[in-house]
Write a protein that binds this ligand. Structure first.
Ligand code: ADP
Ligand code: ADP
Ligand code: ZN
Length: 220
């Protein structure tokens, strides 16, 4: 691998496997995982001003307004722990966010160099979403069908009781998928034109997807 720092975006529709692959990427490559969804969920549970602004949108499955998300990411990406590489999971989700990221990443001397897009069909996504269970403490993602924790209902990483996300309902999922198709999908073209996008087949099992993700990261 070359010496360039890994500044990566992981893209894909809700339930594609971004969180799952992020855990594996972070373990293998040692870069900082930044999930805007996790940051919002933490802000909501701590009842911070950002959490209060975002909660209603998230429960309904709508995108949080650009200005709120961009301010949050700007602050986060500038921190010291992102100096050796970062993995953005769930950001950007709109063209306005992508343009803001481009400007900001150059300003702070941490330019983006890879975008990985995980492709999964809608009928598979809904099955994964309703069977998803997550750790409210460390953000780890499990699945009642495909990735059970070793002890029922308990996080393997940190022993916390797993929960089902409030927005992992059929109703909220269809709003999220619509938001994805309308606002986020155009980013595929945006990054393809810049020549930094790699598509990955997300219908494989978790290890199969990770093998493709690793090849994309290592530029094979
Ligand atoms: P995202 O962060 O993109 O919303 P997650 O990583 O949370 O997606 O995955 C959604 C659900 O699907 C989780 O329950 C996860 O365990 C499961 N999952 C992830 N990748 C796969 C895969 N390749 N095959 C089957 N299930 C998967
Ligand atoms: P998923 O794993 O299903 O893709 P996330 O955990 O990434 O979902 O995000 C959960 C919710 O948080 C989104 O449905 C949206 O309401 C909000 N959110 C997260 N990231 C962004 C973003 N970049 N722009 C707008 N809203 C966001
Ligand atoms: Zn945990």
């Amino acid at each position: 691998m070359n010496k360039q720092k890994l500044n990566i975006i992981l893209m894909g529709p809700p339930g594609a496997g971004k969180g799952t692959q992020s855990e594996l990427i972070v373990k293998k490559y040692g870069i900082k995982h930044i999930s805007t969804g996790d940051m919002f969920r933490e802000a909501i549970s701590n009842k911070t001003p950002v959490g209060l602004q975002a909660e209603d949108y998230i429960t309904k499955g709508l995108l949080v307004p650009d200005a709120v998300v961009i301010a949050l990411v700007k602050e986060r990406l500038s921190k010291d722990d992102c100096a050796h590489g970062y993995l953005l999971d769930g950001f950007p989700r709109t063209i306005a966010q992508a343009e803001a990221l481009e400007k900001l990443s150059i300003e702070i001397g941490r330019p983006l160099n890879k975008v990985i897009n995980i492709n999964v069909d809608a009928e598979v996504l809904i099955k994964r979403i309703v069977a998803r269970r997550v750790c409210p403490k460390c953000g780890a993602s499990y699945n009642l069908d495909f990735k059970k924790p070793s002890k029922d209902g308990i996080c393997d990483n940190c022993g916390t009781e797993l929960i089902q996300r409030k927005d992992d309902t059929r109703e909220s999922f269809s709003t999220r998928l619509e938001a994805y198709n309308q606002s986020t999908k155009p980013l595929i073209d945006f990054y393809q034109k810049k020549g930094i996008l790699t598509n990955v087949d997300g219908l494989q099992d978790i290890d199969g997807v990770f093998a493709e993700v690793s090849s994309a990261i290592e530029g094979k």
